[in-house]
Design a binder for this molecule. Sequence first.
Ligand SMILES: [Zn+2]
Length: 172
Amino acid sequence: MPQPWSKPLEVDRLSRGAAALDFDVELTQLPRLSSRAEVIGGSVHGTVRFARKSGRAVADVTLEGAARLTCQRCMQPMTLPLSAHVQVALLSSADEASTLEDAFEPVLAPEGRISVAELIEEEVLLSLPIVPMHVEDGQCPSSGAQSATGDAPADAVTQRPFARLGELLNQK
Ligand SMILES: [Zn+2]
């Protein structure tokens, strides 16, 4: 049975109704995250609030949680805190991106549909370091240690949500 966060949502209807949807998603259940071998667990929870702005469907997305990653230096598990707040404009085609206000990140909702999973997946992907490692001052657990409690610093979280999609849209 499909999870509620995996269902395509009707953006127009939800934005007109100012719907708010709570989610709690295991990271390994998100397709694009599960394809990254260093993502071994963790989850995010938060809320998507739909609204209308200048006749357009927008969504306010907040998420918090943590990713369990394999440190690429010591190959032990590590935890990366995740916290993000982004306002997105839901576009049915990339052509609409040129008329966007700066405060909104463009997100494509083909045929007016997008799932909560698609909304948060990009955000989480952009928050992950390219090469996850325990904090840089050499805090990998010594070999054989099983505690593996080292956490990456919170400021490793990127402040550029949806940057990759923005680049794609600008390539026209
Ligand atoms: Zn390490």
